[in-house]
Design a protein around this ligand. Structure first.
Ligand code: BGP
Length: 472
């Protein structure tokens, strides 16, 4: 038996500009790092890119009408920085602002709360070329200028804002694994870029207070809570290490304005610690968030990783189960499969209890409200001959995770909303269009399709969940 969700709970769904919009070079938009990266050979699944994506840019009214039909209370989307500033700064592109204004107005007309993400990875290519993007402190001013432009334009209309989306996952891919642009594999540069991103995040939160005094802002963090593989002390230590290096490094920086002690000591020893200039930590403490956006998909289980081993990190981009190798840092930790959990075809552990644990850990450590800004299941959905998509596996996944949210609220967590990933099918950054997440199936041109929208079973299910106020 569960309590009902609060009456003002934000029942939502989410997306990101590059993954849905298309119109990559229209109405004055400049290129983003992803526009170029996805056209390099071998970088994405079967060379898929976001040139057209699901054409949301041209179908915004149709998509919002579907959201309204579903009964959605909130829609999380991101603004494409190079649509607003084609070369990252300078002259604002009015047509870009006008597009988001149309979207926001359409949402508000249907009583859907807009949740605006300022940065979901599509950095203007011009800033990457000019000074190396997140590796140069000049980005802090440019990011602030872009964000303030949006604050000034939309302060009266948008209450919920997300600063950086998954800095941890994006920069890990960009500077450790080499799988997101600029595809670097260098841990020193990784920590340096993260430090600059923390400063930029804090700066725009500080500016937010002046421009959007009644709004709420926070970063969205990809939180994969760590588990120990066993109660062996060596596994417990590996788990502690993993939690500090893969989670608290970001969370403590955002919320406490400092880095976790053991991880910082280790990085100072290896020479990989970021350069912290006078004033940096003060800025972090002046720009702490109002809430934490939580992107939860899976837990990770860690075991001892003796020195001498190799750092192996790779991502499953094929959807072939059981092909993801262990990853970790020699001397600190490495991942190991959890024998108690089923996985998706991409080897992501399906663990609703892990979500309850995630919410409790964050709530008790930081004492902030939380919003689930992403949660969902990517699968190979099939459109049947009679035009249906029977995604009962997705319904089961979302149902169990919503129950975990209810349980976490009973545990005392202040949860203000839940944005399922995603509303329509989208482009998965590294997995192309084969890995589908949406409540709405999109038939794509490459398949001989039409970009037609087809409501999946999960669309009707979620609609009922919302209508009943979460009596799932
Ligand atoms: C998060 C991103 C989203 C989305 C999701 C699913 O990391 O914020 O943009 O892509 O994960 O990931 P994937 O598409 O790799 O399955």
């Amino acid at each position: 038996k569960f309590n009902d969700f609060p009456a003002d709970f934000l029942w939502g769904a989410a997306s990101a500009a590059y993954q849905v919009e298309g119109a990559w070079n229209e109405d004055g938009k400049g290129p983003s790092v992803w526009d170029l990266f996805t056209k390099l050979p071998g970088k994405t699944f079967e060379g898929s890119n976001g040139d057209v994506a699901v054409d949301h840019y041209h179908r915004v009214e149709e998509d919002v009408a579907l959201m309204a039909e579903m009964g959605l209370k909130a829609y999380r989307f991101s603004v494409s920085w190079p649509r607003i500033f084609p070369s990252g700064r300078g002259e604002v592109n009015e047509a870009g602002l006008a597009f988001y204004e149309r979207l926001i107005d359409a949402l508000l007309a249907h009583g859907i709360e807009p949740v605006l993400t300022l940065y979901h990875w599509d950095l203007p290519q011009a800033l990457q070329d000019e000074y190396g993007g997140w590796e140069d402190r000049r980005i802090i001013d440019d990011f602030e200028h872009y964000c303030v432009t949006l604050y000034q334009r939309f302060a009266g209309k948008v209450k919920y804002w997300v600063s950086l989306n998954e800095q941890n996952y994006n920069l890990t891919n960009a500077y450790q694994l080499g799988t997101h642009p600029p595809a670097v594999q260098d841990r020193k540069r990784f920590f340096a870029a993260n430090h600059i991103a923390f400063l930029a995040n804090a700066r725009v939160i500080k500016a937010f207070r002046q421009h959007v005094p009644n709004g709420l802002i926070g970063p969205s963090f990809a939180y994969s809570p760590a588990y120990p593989a066993s109660c062996a002390p060596s596994d417990m230590l590996a788990f502690e290490n993993a939690e500090e290096f893969t989670n608290l490094w970001w969370l403590d920086a955002y919320c406490f304005g400092r880095y976790p002690q053991a991880a910082l000591a280790y990085l100072r020893e290896t020479g990989e610690a970021p350069e912290i200039l006078p004033g940096d930590l003060e800025l972090l403490r002046e720009g702490t968030p109002d809430y934490i956006g939580v992107n939860y998909y899976y837990t990770l289980t860690f075991t001892d990783n003796p020195l001498g081993g190799q750092t192996m990190q790779r991502i499953n981009t094929t959807g072939q189960k059981g092909t993801t190798p262990s990853s970790g840092v020699p001397g600190l930790y490495k991942t190991t499969p959890n024998p108690h959990l089923e996985t998706s075809n991409w080897d992501w552990a399906i663990d609703p209890t892990g979500m309850r644990i995630a919410l409790r850990r964050l709530s008790s450590r930081y004492g902030l409200p939380l919003m689930i800004t992403e949660n969902g299941l990517g699968e190979f959905d099939k459109l049947t001959a009679d035009g249906r998509v029977q995604d009962d596996y997705r319904i089961a996944y979302l149902h169990s995770h919503l129950k975990a949210c209810q349980e976490a609220m009973q545990d005392g967590v202040e949860l203000i909303g839940y944005c399922a990933w995603s509303f329509t099918d989208i482009l998965s950054w590294l997995n192309g269009y084969q890995k589908r997440y949406g409540f709405v199936y999109v038939e794509r041109d490459e398949q001989g399709g039409s970009l037609r929208r087809i409501k999946k079973e999960s669309f009707h299910w979620y609609s009922q969940v919302i209508a009943s106020g979460g009596k799932t």
